[in-house]
Structures are given as structure tokens and as C-alpha cells.
Design a protein around this ligand. Structure first.
Ligand SMILES: [Zn+2]
Ligand SMILES: [Zn+2]
Length: 328
């Protein structure tokens, strides 16, 4: 499983950070999924290895502009790239009106099938590799977190072992999978000896803006990665004249500690935190680390995180030159 951070800023873009958007890919898959689509997400895509033609679905956490104003441009460009594969958007109530209104005013015809699904709290959607559950969170408008649960792989044959004894794919594979003993070259084969150990699927939460990370409660336990907003440090938040419902690095660190989160990726960083300013990203990192002792990353644009077995690895892919153009 791979997460590509296309945008990590809160509210407005900065020179270093674009607005919220995260690409999710599964192993041995030819498609990917987008979580939030801040303005200019399609520009960020051009810097990544993700291509618009392989985009399967888009999930929107809430209807603040920094999380979905990138949709009209991205949806229009998809047609111009002749990437005419159908696309589904999952979003809160109101997303359908926004998209239909935009394309009606501009008299645009997309030229591909676009399905818009307005989800309800606690609704679950099943895909070929995973399920997504919609968890309500706390923000100034309706906002959700997506609980992504990769399917466990079980009932898989150890094909390499079967090939070793000269058994190539054939209907016998199906019989072994169904638990039937079969005869091969005069020998009886016990199906149990040719099954792979089941592998537990990864569990990830990608949260929208949320003032109370601990509201995700038991979903945080047994999680491989929590991706959560972390807009301010506590002192900055305490001095805000107008309080917007966001998480501070103090609260995020405490919630991640309380629920023993293994890997934490903080994102959605207020533009006031940058390396030349009074407030730096290290302040956010340090405040989380005051309590949280697990693996922590504060995401940058174009960071790619890969989850293998029990390990998370990371590399930064902001290219000096753009990668070769992807075929759509
Ligand atoms: Zn936001
Ligand atoms: Zn918001």
C-alpha cells in the first residue's frame, strides 16, 4: 500500500505546500484512489507518478474549499486527456449540487461516466481490494474520516510450491482451493500443504479536518497508519482570535498515545509554519513527540509512504525535473 501526499497545507496554499490531496494505491493494482482534491491537485499530479487515467474514485472529507475546489479542473482535464474511464466521487451532501452546477454553468460535457455518491455517516463501501467506512468527526461543518481496511488475503495457493512439483495452473488449482485432496503423478496432495498463510490487510485512517482525534476511538487501535490534520501548535491555537475547530499537535500526540497508534502522519499544516518564519514545522513535530513515542512523520508535498509487512518506509519525490509523462 502506498500513500502519496499531493498537498499538505491548511486553508490556503504556500510556496512549499499545496492544498489537501492524497493518492492511495494498493499492491499489484492498476488503479488508484484520491482522498480530497484541493485546488491545483491536477498540477501536483503531474509532478507525481500517478496518472489521471488510472484514477478510480475520489473521496471528499468535507466541503471546505481547501479540500475540494480542485475537482472542476481535474474532472475537465480528464476528458481532455482522453482518459474516458468512468469515475466515482464519494462526498458529503452538497457535492452533487456543486459538481452539477459547475458543469451546467460552463455547459461542459464530460464525455465519460461520472457517478456521484453522497455518503451517510457509518456507511461502508466495498471495493475489490478494500472497504471504506465513513466515520463522522468534529469540525465547523460536516466532516468525516475514512477508515480504509484492506481485505485480508486468505485462501491463496502457494503457486511457487505447486510449480516446483510440476503442477502448472489448471482446474486442479481450483480443487485444492476448495480443500479437496487431489492426485498428481500418482501422489496424493493435501491442500493444507499448498495454501499460503493468510495475510492481514492494512488498516489506515485518512481523516478530514477534525478537532477531536480521540473521537475516532477504537478505530485507532490496531491501525497501521493514522493520517490526521495537525493545523496548529497549542500555543498558537490558544492565541487565535477566531477559533476554528482543528487539532493541535498537543492533542494529536495525546490521542495517538492513548490509542497506541503505530504510525502517525500529520498533515494539513497552517501556512504560518515554514522554515524561514517565527513558527516552524519542527515545533509541531516536537510538540507531538512530547507524548507520542511511535513513528511520526509530518508530511511534505510529494512525500510517498509505503507500507510493507509491519514497516512504513518513506521517500520524498519532489523532482528536480518532471518525471516522464504518464500514459492515460
Ligand atoms: Zn482544511
Ligand atoms: Zn475544513
Amino acid at each position: 500500500m502506498k500513500l502519496t501526499f499531493l498537498g499538505t497545507s491548511a486553508g490556503k496554499p504556500t510556496r512549499e505546500r499545496n492544498l489537501s490531496a492524497i493518492g492511495l494505491e494498493f499492491d499489484q493494482d492498476n488503479k488508484w484512489y484520491l482522498f480530497d482534491c484541493g485546488e491545483a491537485t491536477q498540477f501536483q499530479l503531474m509532478k507525481s507518478k500517478l496518472s489521471i487515467g488510472k484514477l478510480e474514485s475520489i473521496f471528499i472529507t468535507h466541503l471546505h474549499g481547501d479540500h475540494f475546489y480542485g475537482l472542476p479542473g481535474l474532472l475537465s482535464s480528464k476528458k481532455m486527456d482522453e482518459a474516458l474511464k468512468p469515475l466515482t466521487i464519494y462526498g458529503p451532501k452538497g457535492i452533487k449540487k456543486f459538481i452539477e452546477c459547475t458543469f451546467s454553468v460552463s455547459e461542459s460535457k464530460l464525455g465519460y461516466e461520472l457517478t456521484i455518491i453522497e455518503y451517510e455517516d457509518d456507511q461502508e463501501f466495498v471495493f475489490d481490494k478494500f472497504t471504506v467506512k465513513v466515520l463522522p468527526v468534529v469540525h465547523s461543518i460536516k466532516s468525516v474520516a475514512f477508515y480504509i481496511k484492506e481485505h485480508d488475503t486468505s485462501n491463496k495457493l502457494n503457486e511457487a510450491k505447486l510449480r516446483e512439483i510440476g503442477l502448472e495452473p489448471s482446474p486442479i488449482y481450483g480443487e485444492l482451493k476448495r480443500g479437496k485432496t487431489v492426485i498428481h503423478k500418482g501422489k496424493s496432495l493435501d491442500p493444507k500443504e499448498f495454501m499460503l498463510e493468510p495475510i492481514k490487510g492494512k488498516r489506515v485512517i485518512i481523516s478530514g479536518d477534525n478537532a477531536k482525534p480521540d473521537i475516532l476511538g477504537t478505530y485507532l487501535k490496531d491501525l497501521d497508519v493514522l493520517v490526521h490534520e495537525c493545523t496548529y501548535t497549542q500555543a498558537v491555537y490558544d492565541n487565535l482570535k477566531v477559533k476554528i475547530l482543528h487539532t493541535t499537535s498537543k492533542d494529536l500526540g495525546e490521542a495517538a498515545t492513548q490509542f497506541s497508534v503505530k504510525n502517525l502522519i500529520a498533515t494539513h499544516i497552517s501556512p504560518r509554519y515554514h522554515k524561514d518564519g517565527k513558527f516552524t514545522v519542527e515545533m509541531i513535530e516536537d510538540e507531538i513527540k512530547n507524548t507520542y513515542k511511535g513513528t511520526l512523520f509530518v508530511a511534505n508535498d510529494m512525500d510517498v509512504f509505503t507500507l510493507n509487512a509491519n514497516k512504513i518506509s518513506y521517500f520524498h519525490t519532489l523532482p528536480k525535473t518532471l518525471p516522464p509523462r504518464q500514459k492515460t
